[in-house]
Design a protein around this ligand. Structure first.
Ligand code: FES
Length: 73
């Protein structure tokens, strides 16, 4: 995978109100829309617990909520 170049990860209509898991070129990502409706992409790994962020949800302000957000860390 080259950095600093664009890759097609999904069609726009695939980004709805839940995080979308995609695997590209051997790496795992989560796609979602921010609070302004812009598409966003992160590594799919929850940095604290290692679960998939795509198993979480999207807050009203367009941020990914970890599937372990119920834990006080
Ligand atoms: S990001 Fe998943 S517990 Fe912190």
């Amino acid at each position: 995978m080259y950095t600093n170049v664009w890759y097609v990860a999904a069609r726009s209509e695939e980004l709805k109100d839940q995080p979308l898991y995609v695997q590209m070129l051997g790496a795992d990502f989560v796609l979602f829309r921010d609070d302004k409706g812009n598409p966003a992409c992160l590594s799919n790994a929850c940095p604290h617990r290692g679960d998939s962020l795509s198993n979480g949800s999207i807050s009203d302000n367009g941020e990914i909520i970890s599937p372990f957000s119920w834990l006080a860390i």
